[in-house]
Design a protein around this ligand. Structure first.
Ligand code: SF4
Ligand code: SF4
Length: 419
């Protein structure tokens, strides 16, 4: 087994055993669903309905370019108001109060014979049913592709959803791969996984149209550029490669085969403070407090992270909803999370040691603090892949990665990003 990058990185516990193969639990319906207009970072939608409107299950309630958003439950629109997401993004949110008739749940659906449909019809259906194929959901890749890459590499400790889907839902994701192959006609299809114990790698269907690559576990090799390098695809232009995660494959399967809008999703609940870790099938818009109370509740000193320990965002308001981009809620004991206040840099060098792209995070941070644009450029802000390892490893708790991510989004630094 190889790993996908030569320098830096971290080998820490994956905590995969916390979410072993087990039937996924279906969370009860929320009495109120809170639908954020922004379901993915940088993406937003416009409401098509207003306060007091009656909604049907899976009704299109907001339009985006090109993605729509659908109501996960039947009910009445109670409010549309501002919502601040855990990462600080301000957006609009619509609250639906459960009520009325279920016209879809509990009624039989017939699988669609999608093989007879054209690639364009299939692609349009994905967008109409709210399935994002790209990070930004912008549909910018076009057929024919050089490569379709299924990225099932674990992005952070505890974040096991990709592996769980690959192991538990083979029929679904295999069919979704065929659908994407029909739409995008890739020359090659890759499935990338990582495992610290090769003998425990999942049994995969013998589909000769997929090249499987199993990497040795090391973070942050789920990162797009590092993974493309491991697959030998780094020279291919971005718009000739589609990289999707197994979660997206499930949504593709549901939309194309069962005509189902993207209104529910699997979420992993894990972490050293999780009472019942596992995979839960949850309606989009379900408040996190509903999910966490179903999965065993929280102790007083529990840190709730949306995402993993490297890049996850702390959630302090548990009325925050599950988004399409929510794949893991990690619960950590604050004591074990070693939370501490920021201190002076001790010049230990650990941040530079772990950086997978050769940045000296301390120097970059100092250049940013000094507003030294030349220094920011020469220290390589544009090369930062936002993996979060430097902040995670820093004994002085300096939020390096957070600085870099913010700076990459600031117009004052656009000129140094090579964009
Ligand atoms: S967040 Fe950026 S600077 Fe920090 S380790 Fe990752 S790539 Fe390097
Ligand atoms: S890891 Fe933290 S303390 Fe160590 S050199 Fe980097 S910034 Fe300084």
């Amino acid at each position: 087994m190889a790993r996908s990058f030569k320098r830096g990185g971290l080998l820490v516990e994956t905590y995969r055993e916390l979410t072993p193969a087990a039937p996924w639990e279906l969370l009860p319906l929320p009495s109120r669903a809170i639908l954020s207009a922004s379901q993915f970072p940088g993406q937003s939608t416009q409401w098509l309905v207003g306060v007091g409107d009656q909604l049907e299950e899976e009704q299109l309630i907001a339009k985006g370019q090109p993605l729509g958003l659908h109501s996960p439950i039947p009910g009445t629109v109670e409010a549309i108001q501002e919502l601040t997401l855990p990462d600080g993004t301000k957006t609009s949110a619509l609250t639906v109060v459960l009520g009325g008739e279920f016209r879809k749940t509990g009624h039989p659906r017939s699988p669609r014979d999608w093989a007879k449909e054209s690639p364009e019809v299939l692609k349009t259906r994905l967008f109409q049913l709210g399935v994002s194929l790209c990070d930004k959901g912008d549909g910018s890749v076009t057929a024919p592709l050089k490569a379709l890459v299924i990225n099932a590499v674990q992005p952070e400790p505890y974040m096991t959803l990709g592996l769980r889907i690959i192991e538990d839902k083979q029929t679904e994701w295999s069919e979704a791969v065929k659908i994407l192959q029909k739409i995008f006609q890739p020359q090659d299809t890759w499935l990338a996984l990582d495992h610290d114990k090769p003998q425990e790698s999942p049994q995969l269907p013998s589909d000769t149209s997929i090249h499987v690559k199993v990497l040795a576990s090391r973070y942050p090799q789920a990162q797009r550029n590092l993974l493309l390098s491991a697959l030998g695809l780094e020279k291919i232009a971005n718009d000739e490669i589609l990289m999707v995660d197994p979660e997206t494959l499930l949504a593709v399967y549901q939309a194309v085969v069962w005509d189902k809008a993207y209104v529910d999703k699997p979420v992993v609940v894990s972490g050293n403070a999780a009472v019942h870790p596992g995979v839960y099938r949850v309606k989009i818009g379900t408040p996190l407090k509903d999910l966490l109370s179903y999965t065993g509740g929280l102790a007083d000193d529990t840190l709730v992270l949306q995402g993993g320990p490297f890049r996850g965002t702390e959630v302090t308001d548990l009325s925050q909803p599950v988004l399409k981009s929510t794949s893991a809620i990690v619960l950590m004991s604050r004591k074990k999370a070693h939370q501490a206040h920021q201190r002076e840099c001790t010049h230990c060098g650990s941040c530079a040691e772990v950086c997978p792209v050769g940045i000296r995070p301390l120097h970059l941070w100092q250049a940013l603090e000094a507003q030294d644009l030349e220094g920011v450029k020469s220290e390589g802000l544009d090369r930062c892949v936002s993996c979060g390892l430097c902040s995670f490893i820093c004994p002085s708790r300096i939020p390096l990665f957070e600085y870099f991510s913010r700076a990459q989004g600031l117009s004052s630094f656009q000129g140094v990003r090579g964009e």
